[in-house]
Design a protein around this ligand. Structure first.
Ligand SMILES: [Zn+2]
Length: 134
């Protein structure tokens, strides 16, 4: 398996997951590590967690122009994960005209190769959950 590029992708054995933290005082969940809870202001009260693998599309847009080497168009989304965290990502494997608010999605991990390079890296994407619009 290739190495993750993003620090929020951790692995347990060979299985990748999105890493986050949960406030032990109020229960709010965040993407990645944090020292202070933005919801209740508790300090040093975070515990590491595996983020939920499913969620719903909060909002999306179709990106038609991006950095050199990035194929367009693609769907840029903000997903409300089922554990309460919110995360930005790319939605794939769906016709852009079929995307709706609250579309159930799940995270998948795939290898990508940056433009002009030959070494792949591991990234995350969102795909529609089974039975959702495709
Ligand atoms: Zn808190």
């Amino acid at each position: 398996m290739s190495e993750p590029l993003l620090p929020i992708i951790h692995t347990e054995g060979d299985k990748p997951y999105l890493a986050g933290c949960r406030c032990t005082q109020c229960g709010h969940v965040y993407v990645g590590p944090r020292e202070v809870c933005a919801k209740c202001t508790a300090r040093g009260a975070m515990e590491p967690v595996h983020l939920a693998e499913t969620g719903k599309v909060h909002v999306w847009t179709v990106v038609h122009r991006s950095f050199p080497g990035v194929a367009t168009p693609f769907l840029d989304v903000i997903v409300d994960l089922d554990d309460g965290a919110h995360i930005k990502g790319t939605l794939t494997d769906i016709d852009p005209d079929k995307v709706t608010f609250d579309l159930p999605v799940r995270v998948v991990f795939r290898e990508a190769i940056p433009a002009g390079q030959d070494k792949p890296y591991l990234t995350y994407l969102f795909v529609p959950q089974q039975g959702a619009a495709a």
